[in-house]
Design a protein around this ligand. Structure first.
Ligand code: SF4
Length: 113
């Protein structure tokens, strides 16, 4: 299992919605390529996350959110530290402004709250 990451694009995907289809969708190919997580020796994402929300079992979203809420001044709101530590897909990294925008959308916070 582990973190969702692509060998070329790294961990720079986010999902805002999902839908189910009984059949295949034309033009959408399944990618069975193994991600880098199983063979990544250093796994810097595990030590970069101050909440230990990433593990070999995957990403613990409630644990991440609890850390963000309970730790004022944490610098994850400038971008997930685990994602930024990933050595894969660095050419596709979000800017800090983009990452901050998505983190605030993820938490449901914005500058007005
Ligand atoms: S946002 Fe922070 S607490 Fe959440 S997974 Fe990323 S590094 Fe861990």
């Amino acid at each position: 299992m582990g973190a969702l990451s692509h060998r070329e694009y790294g961990p720079w995907a986010g999902f805002r919605a999902a839908f189910i289809s009984a059949g295949r969708i034309a033009g959408v190919e399944q990618d069975d390529t193994a991600g880098p997580y199983q063979t990544c020796h250093d796994r810097p994402c595990l030590s970069a996350c101050p909440a230990h929300a990433l593990s070999l079992n995957g990403y613990d979203v409630p644990r991440c959110l609890a850390y963000l809420e309970e730790t004022p001044g944490n610098n994850c709101l400038a971008g997930c530290r685990a994602r930024f530590s990933c050595p894969y897909g660095t050419a596709f990294r979000q800017s800090r402004d983009q990452a901050s925008f998505h983190m605030r959308a993820f938490t449901g916070w914005n500058d007005d709250t």
